[in-house]
Design a protein around this ligand. Structure first.
Ligand SMILES: [Zn+2]
Length: 326
């Protein structure tokens, strides 16, 4: 069986690293990419501590610090301009940067468009240095339509009214950045929420050579791609170099829940089974009655790329070493 890297997992606190390591073994992955959250001041340090404990297990995609703009409480990192922050984080041993600043709730809370001058030095630096970015932009379009928003999403505060920027506005701001910086090495989380529009997804991948999509549910991406498995399979074969395995697993999940999450994505890729989210899956996957998943049964060489080769090509075959400075 192909080797597996889970490119998109979360760690809430340094103490959770042991559980994340157990999950990693349980789902049969050799490594994980921990993606950090800009609104959680503990997030970067938890990820760095996990890497320190298990240096060849965890990649770290560190978050930027906007405290100079958002709070009266400063921080050492937050006092620096964003390009300086990245330099410090990479020097410390981060493998890349995670952006969540374009998720609608963060975009609204921060109030700073991603294509603004504030972010510009960051993108220029990341492009020049080839620093990989895992980037969450927008959310599923149905989160802007109350009658279509799933209950679990509403409970999380992810039902958006007109006080939030629209899906199209966020995508337009993101595209402005890509146009300015075509060399940016980006993996858009959750298929960039374009799983309901494969021609648009294809167009974006054709336009920007360094853009990739991860497969972390967003369970809707599996439902959308299951509507026409033949078309989806063709897309996955054509863009095999641009698709990356991920789960959005976090350390608060039980081993069983984590195995369900990874198992759903793998079964979708490897088999032509028709199946539902299993009982016992975590609540962010919604209940089994929400939809049917139809597998793509992809060829072994395509699975190899999605499971680890693409990630290793753009991020590295091993996590970067932590700096010994601290
Ligand atoms: Zn995530």
């Amino acid at each position: 069986m192909a080797e597996l890297i889970d490119s998109h997992v979360h760690l809430r606190s340094a103490e959770g690293a042991t559980q994340l390591d157990s999950i990693c073994r349980r789902i049969g992955a050799k490594r994980m990419g921990i993606v950090c959250l800009h609104y959680d001041p503990q997030s970067n340090s938890a990820a760095f501590q996990a890497k320190k404990a298990l240096p060849d297990r965890f990649y770290v995609f560190a978050a930027l610090d906007h405290s100079s703009r958002t709070s009266s409480m400063g921080s050492d990192l937050g006092a620096l301009p964003l390009d300086e922050q990245v330099r410090v984080l990479i020097e410390k041993g981060a493998d890349g940067i995670k952006l969540l600043e374009t998720k609608p709730d963060s975009r609204k809370a921060l109030g700073i468009p991603i294509d603004s001058d504030y972010f510009e030095p960051f993108f220029a630096y990341a492009e020049r240095e080839g620093i990989p970015i895992v980037w969450h932009a927008a959310d599923p379009p149905e989160f802007w339509v109350p009658r279509l928003t799933p209950k679990w999403a509403v409970e999380k505060g992810w039902g958006y009214d007109e006080t939030f920027p629209s899906y199209e506005q966020i995508l337009a701001e993101v595209e402005n950045v890509l146009e300015r910086h075509p060399g940016l090495v980006v993996t858009f989380a959750h298929f960039l929420f374009l799983s309901n529009d494969l021609p648009r997804a294809a167009n974006l991948l054709d336009t920007y050579d360094n853009v990739h999509f991860d497969l972390a549910p967003g369970i809707e991406l599996l439902y959308n791609l299951s509507r026409n498995p033949t078309e989806s399979r063709e897309f996955f074969v054509t863009y095999a170099r641009r698709i990356i395995f991920g789960t959005d697993i976090e350390d608060s999940l039980s081993l069983e829940q984590a195995a369900h999450r990874a198992g759903i994505v793998k079964r979708f890729l490897e088999t032509d089974d028709e199946f539902r989210v299993p009982e016992g899956a975590d609540e962010l996957l919604g209940p089994p009655e929400d939809g049917v998943i139809r597998g793509l049964r992809l060829p072994a060489e395509v699975l190899e790329m999605i499971y680890h080769r693409n990630f290793e090509r753009i991020v590295g075959e091993h996590p970067r070493a932590l700096s010994t400075a601290d």
